[in-house]
Design a protein around this ligand. Structure first.
Ligand SMILES: [Zn+2]
Length: 99
């Protein structure tokens, strides 16, 4: 679907290598969201309309990946458009919705 964006050179893994969604980590995925969409703080929280602070993964993406971080298994997506801006409180609420 969105395979043909122009990706800033610093987000490419190696010189001249094609950018691949699947070739990423949790941290790199979040860096890409910021690079492509700006800081979450420039947006309004999608839940309460207040100032957003974080990019929050929507869940259920076909590009979802899991990564172990500090003993927790974190779900994230390699697609920057699978994230919504949220304030800290709504982000927490959203991430805990099914647990
Ligand atoms: Zn909120």
């Amino acid at each position: 679907m969105m395979e043909h964006w122009t990706i800033p050179p610093e987000l490419r893994r190696g010189e001249g290598s094609p950018w691949r969604f699947e070739d990423t980590t949790y941290n790199l995925a979040h860096v890409r969201v910021k690079k492509l969409r700006g800081k979450a703080s420039e947006y309004s929280c999608v839940d309460c309309g207040g100032p957003a602070e974080d990019w929050s993964y929507q869940g259920g993406s076909p590009r979802e990946q899991l990564e172990q971080q500090r003993g927790c298994l974190l779900a994230f997506s390699s697609d920057p458009f699978d994230y919504d801006p949220r304030c800290k409180l709504c982000h927490k609420t959203y991430d805990n919705r099914d647990r």
